[in-house]
Design a protein around this ligand. Structure first.
Ligand code: ATP
Ligand code: MG
Length: 470
């Protein structure tokens, strides 16, 4: 899981991805809308300004005709012309000097409203080419004055700007609400997915899992249902596996017990008889007098051979007892596991005065079923023997405890540590097979402070499986 989770940490989260996508779409939409608004503003300003300039030109020409026919008043133009929208009128006399119109210029009432004006950058974007018309006013062929009608798009641009800002505020508010809602909804999805991850992680590491509560989102609820079904199937398969393996180890133990029994019951008396026979031959060789005492060299050789036989049988008896102890630790049948281990460690301590084996037992049940009891016993036996034999250790520490449904056995020593490449013999291979058969793991590694560290982790069988294994 570690590589996958490292990959997962590098990947973008669902929330970042969705919110980032929505923000990107919003940014593109805002750019497109801005471009459309600017183009529309330009078209509207051009149309409005064109129509206003046309209208103003028409009205100025009518006024000019009236002035030419009737003569002028105080002002060169009628006052209503001065208030036309989207145009600015400039009047110049025949010499080209601007004349005052006596009132505010056309369009001034809009320009005074500074708040409603578009900012300069928008006005520049939406600006349209200037539209100017010039009308000469004459009377009897004599030029009186000249009127310049210039289009002023500012009002239209300001109107568009007003619409844009209103629309932008609504769009920002709506998008903000959408993003907030997505943020919260995706947070809930993330929390649900987090629970999935914890459950899958527990399944992967063979820890007990609680069924997932169904999330409120339908698809996730279906997924949770699937994960729960998978967890149930997996734990049933694991339980079955443990049960079968425990049975396998139990059968092995039974077989060993049988062999041990036969070695003890059959071979033991035979060797005893052989030894007694050889001893009596040696004795008889010295006692034989009829028909004549055996010549001394012959009697001596006979005694020698018989004593040799006795010594061989004695060695066979020792080997047989050692074999019996290895095949079937008798202690396990009669005393709790902790006591059997204590007596094993005591035995191991007697091998060599210069070396010490310490045993530290945590909370332990009396028995975990014959399969697991025998496995722990043999692993301690093999682990300590290896530390003394291969590591040449002076101190070996054996720690065994039960916790959170697991049994942990750690054997550390102060020896020379395992070689870079460990060539497994029967010891480690047998240990691994037994431990794996019971659903556990084992590892031999260099110790933190030198030496070697043998590490075993085994699931504690449920009570029914313990019975099954017994
Ligand atoms: N505590 C230890 N310190 C150093 N080396 C170790 C230790 N335990 C195991 N080893 C290394 O692991 C190898 C394999 O051990 P294993 O018990 O499988 O086989 P073995 O002890 O050589 O033979 P067998 O156990 O079959 O009599 C050993 O030869 C040794 O090199
Ligand atoms: Mg070994």
């Amino acid at each position: 899981m570690s590589a996958a989770s490292a990959r997962g940490r590098r990947a973008v989260s669902l929330r970042q991805q969705v919110l980032g996508t929505v923000l990107a779409i919003n940014a593109v939409a805002a750019l497109v809308a801005g471009a459309v608004v600017v183009l529309n503003a330009r078209a509207a300003a051009r149309n409005e300004m064109g129509a206003s300039v046309e209208m103003a030109e028409l009205m100025v020409r009518e006024a000019a005709e009236r002035i030419a026919a009737e003569g002028s008043g105080d002002s060169p133009l009628p006052t209503h012309l001065r208030h036309l929208r989207h145009v600015r009128l400039t009047v110049r006399d025949a010499a080209g000097v601007p004349l005052s119109l006596g009132d505010a210029p056309a369009g001034a009432h809009h320009e005074a409203d500074d708040d409603a004006r578009a900012p300069a950058w928008f006005a520049r974007l939406a600006d349209v080419p200037a539209l100017v018309r010039t009308i000469d006013v004459t009377r009897a062929g004599r030029p009186l004055f000249q009127v310049e009608v210039a289009g002023v798009p500012d009002d239209e641009i300001a109107e568009v700007w007003g619409d844009v800002t209103d629309f932008a505020m609504v769009a920002v508010a709506v998008n903000g609400a959408i993003l907030l809602a997505l943020f919260l909804a995706l947070g809930r999805v993330r929390a649900d997915l987090g629970r999935f991850r914890v459950t899958l992680d527990a399944l992967e590491h063979q820890r007990a899992v609680e069924p997932l509560a169904p999330p409120r989102i339908r698809e996730l609820a279906e997924l949770a249902h699937g994960v729960n079904a998978l967890a149930a199937a997996l734990s049933a398969a694991r339980a079955e596996n443990v049960r079968l393996n425990a049975r396998l180890v139990r059968l092995q133990e039974d077989e060993r017990r049988q062999i041990a029994g036969e070695l003890h019951d059959e071979l033991g008396p035979l060797m005893f008889g052989l030894k007694a026979g050889a001893e009596s031959i040696a004795r008889l060789a010295g006692q034989m007098t009829q028909p004549a005492p055996l010549p001394e060299p012959l009697a001596g050789r006979l005694r020698e051979r018989a004593e040799g036989l006795v010594a061989i049988v004695a060695r066979m008896q020792v080997a047989n007892r050692r074999l019996l102890r290895r095949i079937r630790p008798a202690a396990l049948d009669h005393v709790p596991l902790a006591d059997a281990l204590a007596s094993l460690v005591q035995d191991l301590n007697q091998h060599d005065a210069g070396r010490a084996v310490a045993l530290e037992l945590g909370r332990l049940a009396g028995h975990y079923g014959p399969a697991l009891d025998a496995t722990l016993y043999r692993c301690v036996q093999e682990g300590v023997t290896n530390a003394l034999r291969h590591g040449d250790a002076h101190r070996v520490e054996v720690a065994l405890a039960e916790g959170e449904g697991r049994l942990r056995l750690v054997i550390t020593d102060d020896g020379r540590g395992p070689p870079a490449v460990v060539r497994e013999g029967l010891g480690l291979a047998g240990m691994r097979e037994r431990v794996r058969a019971l659903g556990g793991t084992c590892r031999l590694e260099p110790g933190a402070a030198g030496g070697a560290r043998l590490w075993l982790d085994l699931p504690v069988p449920a009570d029914d499986l313990r019975d099954e294994a017994s």
